[in-house]
Write a protein that binds this ligand. Sequence first.
Ligand code: ATP
Ligand code: MG
Length: 517
Amino acid sequence: MTENNLDHVIGDLFDKMGRLRDSGVPSLELHEVGTILSISSGIVRVSGLPGAGSDELLKFPGDLYGIAFSLEENEIGVILLGDETKLSVGDEVQRTFRVMDVPVGESLLGRVVDPLGFPLDEKGPVPYEERLPVERDAPEIMDRAPVREPLQTGIKVIDALIPIGRGQRELILGDRQTGKTSIAIDAIINQKDKNVVCIYCAIGQRMSSVAKSVTRLHEKGAMAHTIVIVTEGNNSPGLSYLAPYAATSMAEYFMEKGRDVLVVYDDLTNHARAYRELSLLLRRPPGREAFPGDIFYIHSRLLERATHLNEKDGGGSLTALPIVETEAQNISAYIPTNLISITDGQLYLSPKLFELGVLPAIDIGKSVSRVGGKAQLPAYRTVAGSLKLSYAQFEELETFSRFGAKLDERTQKIIRHGRAIRECFKQNEMSPLSVSEQMLVLLSLNNGLLDTIPLSKIREAENALCMATQQIPADLLKRLLSDQSLMEPDSNRLLEIASEALRTFTYSEQNTTEPTS
Ligand code: ATP
Ligand code: MG
């Protein structure tokens, strides 16, 4: 018998013993024990565990764990999930006979945890009833239903022009400091009292940024429906690599119970970097930009798990908002293009708009939602109507108008309308608008009621419209939020309410003379 065969026989034997132990049959207390050969940058090489399976959890001294990642002939490359300084060469390593899993369940809501489910807040250990593996198969095609229900972010420009549906994957991309995280946090805040569970997965960020986001969620009372999973920049790359999969398993627990879930991965650039680091340390061949060849696969198998399930499977949904950072506005770089092709659309944030104070800095021309349009409420779709087209026309004409040419009346009107749209789509962070408020504002905008108001007064006018939503009769409000389309009498009634609210805002020619930005 060759040495190799012997290894396999011993491996099989240990496997069987593991299974016996798992099935509760009493057995001799025997462990398969390996030895640490080397430790460097979060990767541990281990020998003497020939039976260990791929992705199996291995136990190190001091309650440290690692994942068997690369199985080679005489040794295993293990991703360490914790602090390597506690280990030394020659230490014992034990098999656990299980794959990596995380605690899931209701008790995690309101908590800040690491990707292994250990608490990072001051509320003590996290009680849990169930654990789920971090790597799970995505739902089958036959178990999936089309995206039908909207996921309102409360941000006008997104809900009106680039709507997101429950079960959709929408990428948020942009250079650094362009407001990517703010959009995701606002979307979470807006799910308060809407029966949507939210998971915010911070990957390799600075602790101060994470603390800022968590404080915002607390301030707005959004933590009650949210789980925050955090890996810091200086954590081991293994933890960062694991974080989004752990977050998705926690989300799937709720989805499989028929609930709607929103998961934010902030951001997958750091995730790709952590995976690149691990792969290079494991001596896997580098490909484009030194990323390993399977980088597309690690993101696609993650995002494939987002979906809307059939009624017979509970009808739950998992909406994913992955975030990716671009460099110098290069959206055709390797990782951004991968993610653009995996997701169902993207929100592109432009640093130029950010500088001009058009916040949120969403570049409407470069942003798209491939399935969300079908999920908009019918009445909402009617009021948002032709805004996208009007805005696109305006952007084109505005460039011409910069040359100082004398413009005809029709062109001036389009420009006036476009400027009102742009002004109206500006929105502060942490101030989401309800669906009815958005409907009244967008209806007024679409019907040109805001075109004659000076740009500096548009914010005030919008506030007046939001106040006026209280005058919408209850039966009309119910119809607006139902799956019925907007009938003419209803739309006229809304316009009456809007005109009344805007009565004090006087006519002005200012919009035509406002300098172009
Ligand atoms: P990073 O690249 O560091 O992750 P980011 O793209 O996630 O940054 P944010 O941290 O969300 O960007 O926002 C950057 C700054 O812009 C923050 O100070 C935030 O308060 C501000 N900001 C974002 N959106 C808005 C908004 N709609 N109104 C006002 N300020 C905003
Ligand atoms: Mg951010």
